[in-house]
Each structure stands twice: as C-alpha cells, then as structure tokens.
Write a new protein. Structure first.
Lengths: 544, 488, 432
C-alpha cells in the first residue's frame, strides 16, 4: 500500500454517543469535589481519549464519558461511589497510563465517568528497614525510584515504563519488566492497602502497619486480584504498600542532556549484557542455567528491532541501522537476543557473579556483541537505562509507529514459552511478508523471568509494533491474533491471565468457564450494579 | 439412607470409620479448643472421591473438616466446631506425582509429608522448602496452606509461596485448577506439552490465597505444584550469638536486604536447646550453655557454577556484616556444630515432636510483625509470663523473617506439663488473654487459630469482616467446609 | 501548518504520561519530578501534552466544539515546551507544534479569550505586548548615547523587547547591557520608540498572522539599518527570532546578551574587577533554552517542518521521513554560557536546581498566561522559587525579563516563599 494511502482517517467521523449527567448527579458530584475538580465539557473530556486502540478499532473512542472527576482523598472516592450507585453510573479509575479501552481499562459504556486519581499522589511512607513503601495512586515508578535510589532501594517497574503507577500495577494490572527476575511479579509485591468498594465502603487490606498483605485467616486480597488484576473493574485502591528492593545501581555519575545522557561512571556493581544466541534452544538452556545459578538482576528477551529502538535516539537513526541489514546479519533468525543485568551488593559478590555469568554465556555459546559499540555507541547506556528506568516500552515498542498489538502472553516453563515464541514467529512472518505488519525480524516476542525463574518460567509476550493510522495493518494485526488462537491452543499455550471473554475464551471452553464463573460471582458480590464497568474483568451474571 | 451407607458408597467401605476410638481421636487435639466428636471419619484416596464427598456434603448440608497431616494436631483447626461433622482425612493421599529438577518443583498430594518428600526430592537434586523442624506426620501442602513460614526468607516472595499451580475442590463442590491451563488438559498431556504447572494464578482472584490459613473452610487442595529448593553441594550453617536480640535483628536486616544466606532465623537458647536435645531432660542444661539468642544463617553452594566460591563469597560477606555489629560468626555454639544444625533442620525426626520433649505438652503464641518489633514483643511476653508465674526461662522464642524480610513470624513456644493443672492454666491464659494483650500492641494474628480468631477479628474492621463473609458465601455457599473457624 | 496536518502525531500518542514529568533519566526527587505547570495546576489529563493532542484530534474530527471551558484549557498553558522535550526523549512526536496550531486555529475561528484579545489589540495598535503606548517604548534609553537605528546604521541591533522596554524596574539591566556592549567597543544601535515587538509571544498565543507581519517588519528594519546581528536581553525575543522566524523561512543572526557577554569574556574584552559574594542558583528560561533551537532547513529558506509523512518504504519498519528530519529536542539551547558567566564572576557560587537546562521548570509567564491568568502564572513561579530556596541559594538568577517579572510578582504578597531575584547581567554589572 502506498504511503499516502495509509494515512487515512479510518475512524469514521461520527459524533460520539455522549451521555449527560443528570442535574442531580452532577450537583451531587460537584458538591463533593468542587467545580475545579470535575468537568462535563466535551472538549476537556476528549483529552482523555486514547487512540492507541488500533487493535480494537478504537471502539472506546466512539463513546464519550459524561464527566471526569478528580477526587483528592479516600473520603471523596467513597462519596463518589455512593453517588454513582445512586444514579446508576459507572466508573473507570485511571492513573498515568494508557487507559485504552477495553484492554487496559478505559471507557466502554456511555454512562461511565473517568475517575482520574491524579490528585492522590503522595508517597506516604518509605521504610527501608522493612523494605516497603506506601503510596497513593498517582505516584509513578520513576518518582518513587528518584526517592528510593538515594537510599539504596528501587521499585519494580513493569513493561509500560517508569511512568506507571506502582499502585495500579500492583493491585490492578500486571506485566513483565526488565527487573522482574529480581523484583518479581507486581501483584505479589503487595503488602497492604486501602480499598474503596463499589458501594463506597473503605476497607483496610492486610495488617495495620502495612507490612503484611493478608487478612487474618482467609486473605480478602485474594478476591481482589490473582495473577491477573481487575484492571479497574472492582473498586479503587487509594493506598497501597509495596515491597521495594535493594538498588545495585549506586555510584553512577551521569552528564549531558537528554536524549544523549552520557554515563561518566558506571555503578560499581551493575553490568548489562546484550547477548545473542545462535538458536532458541541455546537461549532456553541459558535461561535454565541462570535460574539454577541464582543470579540475575535484570533480564529481558527482546526482538532485535525493539533493542534498536531502545538503543537509538530517533526513528531515522533506527531506520538507517535496520534498513542497512546489519541487524538481520548479526541478530536475525534463527538467532535470539536477550539483555541481562547482573547486580551485586559487595565487590566479591560482583566478581563471583561476573565469573558465573561468563561461564553461563560460554556454555550457551552466546555472543556478547562487544563489537557492536561501533554501531550502537550508546548501547550500554541505553540498556542500563532500560533497567534503571525501564524506558524500554515507550522507546522499544511504541516508537516505531505509535502503537503495539499484543497477542496472548503465556507462562509455564521456559521450554514451552520458547516453543511458543517460535510458533508465533512463523505465524507473524506471513503477515510481515504480506506487508500487513511492520517488519520486526525474528520471532519478535518479549520475555522475562520472575522470581529468579522459579515462578512460571519465562513469561513470554507476543507483542509487535504497529501503525495505528494504517487500517490494513490494524486489520492484519487483529487477523493474526484470531488466527493464532487455535495454533496456540493446539500447542498448549493459554494466556496466563484469564481471558475468558471473546474468541480465546470460547476456544478454551468449559475448563476455563468455571473459573470465570467465580470471577463473575465475586463481581456480583461486590459490585452488583456494575459500577466498575470494565468488560474485560467480568460482568455480573444475570442468573445470580 | 443413613449417613454411614451414603458415605460408604461415596468413599468406599474401607475408607470410612465411625468407631468410638476413632471418633474420640478426632474429637480433640492438643490445643485448648473444646472437643466435639465428629459423626464419622472418611479417608478419600483421590481427588474424585474428595469431590464426591464435598458434593454429598452440599446435598446433605453436612459440615466437613478437612485434615491433611497426621496426628498429633496442635492448632484446633482439625477439631470440629459443630456437631454432626464429618472429618475428611486426606493424609492417605500420598502420591508424589512428579519431581522436576529442571523446573525446580514437585507435584504432591495433600497427604505427602516432609519426611516422605525429602528423600524423593534429594534423588533429583532438590529439597523441600522447610518450616522449622516439622513433625514427622506433617503434610507439606498442609504446612504451606497454613502459612507456616519457611526457613529461607529470600525464597519467600509472597505469603503464598511455595505453592504454585493447585487443584482444588471448592466448598461448592466445583473443581478449580489454578495456573495457566486451568485443567484444560490432563497432567500427562501438559507434561508432553513441556508444561510443569509452574505458574501460580491466572485468574483475577487467587483462590489459593483465599484458601490459605482459612483452616480448610474455603476449599480442599487435592494436589499442588510446589517450588523446591536446590540441593546444595556444600551447605554450611553458621551461628551469630548475642545476649540481646536487637543486634541480631540488625544483622538480619542487612542479610535480608541483600539476600545473603539461605536459611535465616533467630532463636533463643530455649528453642535451640529444644530443637537439638535428644532427651527432654537435657534441654535445661543445654539451654544454659547456649547464648541467649542466636541468629542462624545457612550458606550454600549449588552443584552448578562454582559452589565453593559461592560459599566463600557469602560467608565472607556475612561475616563482615556480623563484624560491623561487633558480633562473631561461628560454626559451632556450645558444642553444637553447623552440620548438626543442618541435620536438625532437614531431617524430619520420627521421635517425639521437639516442642513436646521438655514437658510433654506445649502451646504456641505466634503472630506477624516486623523484625524491629521483635524485642518489644519478647519483653512483653516475658512480662505477661511473669504475671502468670510462668517460668520465663522455659519460653522458646523463634523469629522467622518472612516475605523476604518485610515481616516476620514471631513465635513463643510454651512447654507445660499437662498433668500440672496450674501450669496448664498459666499457659492457657497466656495463649488467650496474653495474646489479646499482644494484639493490643499490634501483634498481627495472621493465622487466627482458636481463641485468636476473636482477637484477630476484633481488630479487623467491620467492613473487612463483612467482605470476608461474602467471599465465603461465594466459594462455600452452604457453609459446609469447617464452619465456625476463622471469621465465617 | 494547519492543525489537521498534525493528525498522525495526535494519533501516535499512547498516553504513557511521559509528557508530565522531567525526562525519565533525569528524575531526582519526587518533589521536582514534574515538568508541566498546566497539569500540576489543573490536574485533568487534558491539560498535559498528551491530553492536548487527544483534544486536538477530537476537535479536528468534529467530536466537540468550542466552549469556555475548552478555551480555558487551551489558553492555560505556558507553551513552555516541557512536554515536548520530555516526550521526544523517547518518541518522535511533535507535541508543542500541535499545541501552537490548536491556538492558531482558535484565532482563525475567532475564539479568543477576552484577556488575550486585549493584549493582541494592544499589539496591533501600539506594537507591543504590554498594552502601553508605542510612544513610551524608547524611554528606557533616555540619556544614553547610542545610534538610533531608525536613522542610522550599525552592525549590531540591540533589540530590547517589550517587557524590558516598558518595565521600568528592568531598565537598569537594559542600560547596563548597553554599557557592557559599548565598553567592549561594539557598534550597537537601538530602534527605541520605533522598535517593533518580535511577536513571538503573540504567535504562541495563536496569532500567526501577527508573527508573520511583525517578522517581516523587523527583517526589513534590520536590513535597512544594516544590522547583521541582533542582540537581545529578552529570552522571549531570542527564541522568537531564532526559532519562530526560522520556522517561517528566515534565519536571523541573533545572540542573547548572555551569549554575547560570554563571548566578550572569552575574548578578554570584558573582565571583572570586583568580588560579589553570593550563593546563587540559575533558572533556565524556556525561551533561552529548549524553545530556542532553530529549525533546520532542507533547502535555503525552506525549513524542515512537518510536511509529508511518508512511511518508510523499505521493510515497513517504522515511521520516518524521506530525508531524516532534524528533531528539535531542546538540547541545543543556551545553557552553558550563562553558567560560565556566573562561574567567572568573583565571589559568586552556583548551585543547580534539580530541573535545569532543557528540562527546567517554567517560570510561569509564557504563552500568554501572565496576561490571561496571572494567578496561574504566579503559582507556577512560586513552585520555582521554592525549588530555588531548596538549593540553599541566596538568590535566583535568570536571563529573561518575563521570568524576572513573574518571580517578583509572585513574591509581592509576602506570604509565600521568598528569594532575591537578579538578572544575570545585574551580577555582571556589579562585578565589572
């Protein structure tokens, strides 16, 4: 398709369905919030609409919420819930990230308002002895890290990057991060919280004092999230206690101006490698060795094109490198690429880890790509910042053309995830060859370890970059996803998170539906009026 | 049809008992909970029988009390809280379904004990994550469901560790399998697919977390994948002794932060003596020769990747930490060597349970707190004991960091002679009223056995209480699983 | 370029909120981690760079129409470019240009807030942004002996700018600048009363027509006067001449006074004979820093601004231009020279704030906000003053008359944080 044909306004210019709040609802909300903290203006509301929804054809943008509210406290959130209950309205809580409906929250019905939690943005506690922080919803990972790095700590950052809100990823979402090998799975870093139910009840979760996440006996938190979070579909957390981790990046000295930050002095006990394996099998064995060696501070399998976008400072720069063919030559299939960081807390520990990792690299026949500094002079800096601040997703995934598509993400063993990567790579290549997707090279899956590789093997995400101005590409991406469902299932790959609505759910059938059934019952018990209307979480059952 | 006939149809004649001796045995345990006789005891041998039993219980509205460990029991959770209950003893489900070194896990049924599992894991280069010296009959799944803390806090990422994929039968009778596949395929099919049940929860709720510490009142696990530890090629246990606990807490904080060391916990002289003494009468003497408090830290080198260097590196790093606090790090204390300690920690003794050795019976008081409050609670407990006239030198202290050091399990073990009425009464008061006093100082009774149930839920908010009841109604709508326990 | 031509930029925002914060690698404390005064004050996502892109996209798609609240949102933004450079640290999206085009569109459609209209009326009638008589413009130079470029020729045109010309409290700085130039033997003249506004601020308020008109007038006037170089003490004017004029096809050899003074110091033509002990911190004016990068040209007189957006035709890898586009990411502003000057003044010690250089926090005055919403301008300034105080500095030094005025206005009430404020030239003058 010629370039000028791609640039089309594929979304029909429809006047969106706009609901208006009733006078009573509007007055009630304004009485709680004050006029400054609420808007019903269509223009201001439109500023909330995320258009990175190519995958689902921008469905959410066809609906416009009647209002946006900005609560400033737990009490205001609870009061808002009561108004919504009374006036049969719905709520979509949001913080810093995407909010693209319906995948990552976002508006899905016209009676749904945005609850923007921006005003609740305090770091309440930093307890370095007991290794936790207590934060409000709008604190970002970068802000938290800015404070924590100074005292020798850091916090886990998931894939979307350092502007994520740790409260949101811990209680509502999930995702792999470069640091997950050392800092675990977001939902499991939860140590306590304050939750406002859809009915406006304020419930403290876990021990008073924020150090233990479970209620006495049966853990109520278990109803609020599992591996998957409710994505804003079940109440609002207004405070959260999150585990923090020791920071191995101390001692760094940097200079320069963005985007060309130069590291004059690297941290003493942190080193990042970009490794290329000759095959998926070699990479798989490498992963198992890393697991058995009990080391690893950061780990991220990424497609070379993603790494190029991370390591360069503009699309033009990236394009020149990619179009030259050198990346294919050095990194192309069947090769597989992994960024790995080791981090230690003493000189001798660091020396030991260096010895171990170099042994593992040798045993897995990997290349450390040292010669690439001529091509990527900023390689180490960029990979380090990927670790320190996880700029990776914004740069590595969105930069190419503004959006990404995601297939299922699966988890069980490294073996099965590696097979899944190859399977998906083959399916995807067809679409690339037909010009329906951006060329990425390789099998283009991203993967990470959790908890040293002891939890779920290699989390693999089928993500690929996309251009959300190109209708053909959007359709191609959707087509690929649907076409891949059956081969995935045949290979035994299922989403590690419960995706039981829609196509995949239908394919999975009865075995999955019991679990979904109980999710709906939890929803019904706590949100019978479906105030939190995220359809990807659950709908109350009609027959209950 | 009488219950006997119905149930025998469900579980099989050989797996049903209602003789007086059996009923008496299950009517009580070694806690102070009020004994209540069950109607009968059944012994399912596989998940399908468990499922049928639970379905039957729903149809007949009969309470069920799941039990997975063998006797003796100590917490009151296996004693019915209501008459007419059926005890469902799963301790006969003893399959070790699979062990995988590559995936560092095992799949086990609820009746498998640490004593049975350890040698099987050892063959594959693994070992179980151990609580502190479990009794011989202790079920692995039972221990993890009860949230007994493991000795290696660096591997304790969240309270649900080391549980991974589980198969459960809910109180409603529905079967759920957690993990990524939700039971879409059989285990054998999954293994052929190279899967290993290694993911823990793929739903937006965590049924295992809801079931943990619920004393069997939400679901019954019929198998679980569990994380295992690597079997070290070199394993050394070190002792850091001190007359006070606070300096040891500081050392622990540093080790926890940097994840140095494998096993890591603090005990007082009484607990240490009780653990290692061969005979009860030796405990007092041994106790007097031991340091008041000891931090026990293990260092391991694994078969792959330079085990000697790993041990050397960590030993030196840890020793430096101890040095900074003016404390020695030694490989033996009062004649007790690190090797002997390691054996104690990893060999499950068939003899008398160590806590009973001294006086024949014991009670525990335990709760969660943070390490920096350990000494406050120790002082408080000693004061409470003094108030009751209980000999403070007999109090065992065990402080186990949990969840990578963000909290700790603080435990006081109180041996007593059951025939000594006054001592029994003292202990009873300490376990009930004493616990209440500790709760007022924010001791968090996260495993609310017996009298702690009231204490724990008094401190919880009304809304949380109500929310938990709603959870129970979802997963056990007929309230047949161990009713009356926890807050349900 | 018309607003709709930025559609792809609007669509390519994925709402990662990067635009609200200093560039990710430069985070230090939480307190000073934000870069967008607009969202800090108003909190709705729409007030951020991302929100404004989505709003603009909705607007061009006809999803909503003008309203008071919408205009309030559009005009309560200092156009400081913080969102632009924060986003461009990780993405290739034109944020600020889109924001300006939204205002241009508002003006084209006649949707102009009253306070803004008042200022622009003043510009049209009196050639300045200060709602003041044109006749008074040159008064600051009374008594100074220098060339009158309305009648004479000089190599260097000293362009005072509207703020300096009409704000009497700033005249010592202006007069001092002339003194410095003359001492260094520079052939300098001024237009005085005949000086025209650069119209940069007007452009940032959406008045592109006025920019083009005043730009042409200024170019003609400089040509007639034989001025090869324009030196200005006003950062707004500096950015206007360097960046906005280049955007519309004209390259002006312009120096900010700090660049020129630094040059003089380096050449030994300006030396310090006194010591002035003072602990200072330096505020980077947006218009001297990130906003001042000129547009590069693909051909003489042809600035390389967003034009066509072909996708890469090879391998369909990513969005690029046929010829690599030189992105303006803020790194090439004037940051080092003011600092070098401060470090060379005997007695002055410089401590940096957290948000500096291309990611400096805006003083609050820009984009017409000072005129249309002084409360917002001053609350923004107070946050900066607090940041300055937190460094332990005794004084806040800047290089822009608008910044200086706004800082002083923000402290007038005496209630909030307070610090001494200097223009950098003031310190130079104290030490020469």
């Amino acid at each position: 398709m010629k370039s000028e044909e791609r640039v089309r306004d594929y979304l029909p210019v429809l006047k969106p369905k706009r609901n208006r709040l009733s006078r009573e609802a509007s007055d009630a909300l304004r009485a709680i919030l004050g006029p400054e903290n609420m808007t019903e203006d269509p223009g201001v509301i439109d500023g909330y609409h995320n258009y990175t929804t190519g995958q689902v054809l921008g469905v959410g943008t066809m609906i416009a919420p009647p209002a946006v509210v900005l609560p400033g406290s737990t009490e205001e959130v609870a009061a808002i819930m009561r108004v919504l209950q009374r006036h049969k309205l719905k709520c979509c809580p949001i913080t810093t990230n995407y909010g693209a409906p319906p995948l990552w929250g976002g508006i899905t019905t016209k009676d749904m308002i945005y609850m923007d939690l921006r005003r609740m943005n305090r770091i309440l506690t930093v307890d370095t002895k007991n290794q936790y922080v207590v934060v409000e919803p709008y604190v970002t990972a970068a802000q938290l890290n800015g404070e924590l790095h100074k005292v020798g700590f850091t916090n886990h950052c998931t894939g979307p990057g350092p502007t994520i809100a740790p409260l949101a990823t811990t209680t509502q979402g999930w995702g792999m991060g470069f640091d997950s090998i050392f800092m675990g799975w977001s939902g499991r870093n939860f140590l306590g919280g304050e939750w406002v139910s859809p009915k406006g009840e304020v419930i403290g979760i876990g021990a008073p004092g924020w150090f233990y996440p479970d209620s006495p006996g049966s853990a109520f938190y278990g109803a609020l999230r599992g591996g998957m979070g409710p994505l804003g579909g079940l109440g609002v957390f207004t405070k959260c206690s999150i585990k923090i981790y020791p920071w191995a990046g101390q001692g760094e000295v940097k200079s320069g101006d963005q985007p060309k930050i130069h590291i004059e002095r690297y941290p003493d006990h942190l080193k990042v490698y970009y490794l290329t394996f000759k095959s998926m099998d070699d990479m798989t064995e490498f992963m198992y060795m890393v697991n058995k060696a009990n080391i690893g501070y950061g780990l991220d399998k990424n497609p070379p094109v993603g790494a190029v976008f991370v390591m360069t400072n503009s699309n033009d720069e990236a394009y020149n490198i990619l179009a030259s063919g050198i990346v294919d030559e050095i990194f192309g299939p069947p090769k597989v690429n992994v960024a790995l960081a080791i981090g230690a807390f003493s000189d001798r520990e660091f020396q030991y880890q260096l010895k171990v990792i170099e042994e593992i690299i040798a045993l897995s026949h990997a290349s450390t790509n040292d010669e690439l500094r001529e091509v990527y002079p900023d390689m180490a800096e960029q990979m380090y910042y990927h670790l320190a601040w996880n700029t990776g997703t914004a740069q590595g995934v969105f930069k190419a053309a503004g959006t990404f598509y995601v297939g299922i993400s699966y988890m069980d063993t490294t073996d099965v995830c590696s097979d899944g990567s190859l399977l998906f790579g083959k399916l995807k290549k067809e679409y690339e060859d037909r010009g329906l997707l951006l060329q990425e090279g390789g099998e283009s899956n991203w993967a990470a370890y959790y908890e040293g590789g002891t939890l779920g093997g290699l989390h693999t995400e089928t993500i690929w970059q996309g251009d959300n101005s190109d209708l053909e590409q959007i359709l191609g991406a959707n087509d690929l996803f649907f076409k891949a469902c059956k081969p995935w299932l045949d290979r035994g790959l299922t989403p590690f998170w419960g995706m039981h609505v829609g196509h995949f759910g239908a394919l999975m059938g009865g075995a999955a539906s019991t679990a979904y059934d109980y999710r709906c019952r939890i929803k019904k018990a706590f949100d019978p009026k479906n105030v939190f209307g995220n359809i990807l979480y659950a709908l109350p059952r009609e027959d209950d | 049809m009488p219950i006997q006939d119905e149930l025998q149809k469900v579980v099989g004649k050989n797996h049903y008992r209602d003789d007086a001796e059996t009923l008496d045995r299950y009517a009580r345990d070694e806690s102070f909970v009020h004994p209540i006789r069950p109607a009968c005891v059944v012994y399912p041998q596989d998940a399908s029988v468990v499922s049928s039993t639970i379905k039957w219980a729903n149809e007949t509205k009969t309470p069920l009390v799941p039990v997975s460990s063998g006797a003796p029991h100590f917490r009151g959770d296996t004693v019915p809280s209501i008459g007419g209950a059926v005890v469902m003893d799963l301790s006969g489900m003893k399959k070790i379904i699979r062990v995988s070194y590559r995936e560092q896990l095992a799949l086990v049924e609820p009746g498998v004990t640490f004593a049975e599992l350890a040698p099987e894991l050892e063959k594959e280069g693994l070992r179980p994550h151990m609580p502190l010296a479990p009794r011989h009959t202790k079920s692995v799944i039972g221990s993890y469901l009860e949230k007994e803390p493991i000795l290696q806090p660096r591997h304790h990422w969240c309270p649900i560790d080391p549980l991974l994929t589980c198969q459960l039968i809910l109180g409603s009778g529905d079967l759920l399998q957690t993990g990524s596949s939700k039971g879409l395929w059989s285990l054998e099919e999954e293994w052929k697919q190279k899967k290993a049940q290694k993911w823990w929860a793929s739903e937006s709720y965590d049924i295992v977390k809801i079931s943990q510490a619920s004393q069997g009142s939400v679901s019954v696990l019929t198998w679980s994948a569990i994380k295992c530890a690597l079997l070290p090629k070199i394993h050394k246990i070190f002792f850091v002794p001190c007359a006070q606990i606070d300096p040891l807490v500081e050392v622990a904080y540093t080790l926890l932060r940097f994840r140095w060391g494998e096993e890591l916990f603090i005990v007082n002289n009484h607990t240490l003596a009780s653990l290692v003494a061969v005979k009860g009468e030796d405990i007092a003497t041994l106790r007097d020769s031991l340091p008041r408090y000891t931090l026990i830290v293990g260092v391991a080198g694994f078969p792959e990747f330079f085990p000697e260097e790993r041990v050397e590196t960590q030993t030196r790093d840890i020793r430096e930490v101890a040095d900074r606090h003016g404390l020695p790090m030694v490989s033996s204390v009062a004649g007790l060597s690190g090797d002997e300690m390691a054996k104690t920690l990893y060999t499950v003794s068939e003899g008398t349970y160590w806590k009973k050795k001294q006086k024949g019976a014991f009670q525990d008081v335990f709760f969660a707190t943070t390490l920096d409050y350990a000494s406050l609670f120790i002082d408080e407990m000693y004061a409470l004991a003094a108030n009751q006239g209980y000999p403070s030198q007999d109090i065992g202290v065990y402080v186990q960091p949990m969840v990578q050091g963000t909290s700790c399990h603080c435990e006081f073990h109180l041996p007593y002679a059951p025939e000594n009425q006054s001592e029994t009464l003292m202990v009873k008061r300490l376990v009930t009223e004493g616990a209440r006093q500790l709760a007022l100082k924010n001791a968090y009774f996260y495993r609310p056995y017996g009298a702690w149930k009231t204490i724990a839920y008094e401190r919880a908010s009304g809304e949380e209480f109500a929310a938990l009841k709603r959870i129970k109604e979802i997963f056990d709508p007929n309230d047949i699983l161990n009713p009356g326990k926890v807050c349900f | 370029m018309p607003l709709q031509d930025y559609k792809l930029d609007m669509m390519r925002c994925e709402k990662d909120s990067v635009c609200k914060f200093v560039p990710l690698m430069m985070h230090d404390t939480k307190k000073y981690s934000e870069i967008c005064p607009s969202i800090v004050r108003f909190n709705f996502h729409t007030y951020s760079g991302s929100g404004r892109l989505f709003h603009a996209l909705g607007f061009i798609r006809g999803r909503h129409d003008y309203s008071d609240e919408m205009l309030n949102m559009v005009y309560n933004c200092q156009m400081c470019g913080g969102c632009d450079i924060a986003c461009k640290a990780v993405r290739d999206i034109e944020v600020l240009e889109t924001l300006i085009e939204m205002r241009v569109r508002c003006v084209e459609d006649g949707e102009i807030p009253d306070r803004v209209a008042e200022v622009i009326d003043g510009l049209k009638k009196e050639n300045n942004m200060m709602i003041s008589p044109k006749a008074d413009r040159g008064k600051w130079a009374d008594g100074l002996k220098m060339k009158d470029l309305a009648a004479e020729r000089a190599e260097v045109c000293f362009h005072a700018g509207c703020r300096f010309s009409y704000d009497e409290s700033l005249w010592p700085t202006l007069r001092g600048a002339i003194e410095i130039l003359q001492r260094a033997g520079v052939d300098v003249g001024v237009f005085g009363q005949a000086e025209n506004c650069c119209a940069g601020r007007a452009y940032e308020m959406g008045f592109q027509g006025e920019l083009l008109t005043f730009m042409q007038s200024n170019l003609d006037a400089w040509k007639t006067a034989g001025a090869k170089i324009v030196v200005t003490p006003c950062s707004d004017c500096y950015a206007s001449l360097k960046a906005w004029y280049s955007r519309f096809g004209n390259t002006v050899q312009v120096y900010h006074i700090t660049e020129y003074v630094h040059k003089l110091i380096e050449e030994g033509k300006l030396t310090f004979s006194k010591t002035y002990p003072l602990r200072v911190t330096y505020h980077d004016p947006c218009h001297l820093g990130r906003l001042s990068e000129p547009y590069e040209y693909s051909a003489p007189g042809k600035p390389y601004i967003m034009d066509e957006r072909p996708l890469a035709s090879v391998k369909g890898i990513c969005c690029v231009y046929d010829e690599p586009k030189p992105w303006r990411r803020g790194a090439n502003g004037v940051y080092d020279q003011p600092r070098a000057i401060l470090r060379s003044i005997p007695g002055v010690s410089l401590t940096e704030m957290e948000r500096i250089r291309s990611y400096a926090w805006c003083c609050g005055a820009g984009g017409g906000v000072m005129q249309s919403n002084p409360d917002f301008a001053q609350s923004t300034a107070r946050l900066r003053i607090e940041e300055a105080i937190d460094t332990g500095a005794e004084a806040l030094v800047t290089a822009c008359g608008w910044c200086e005025r706004n800082f002083r206005d923000a402290m007038k009430s005496g209630d909030g944080p307070n610090i001494e404020v200097f223009d950098i030239l003031d310190l130079v003058l104290k030490a020469i």
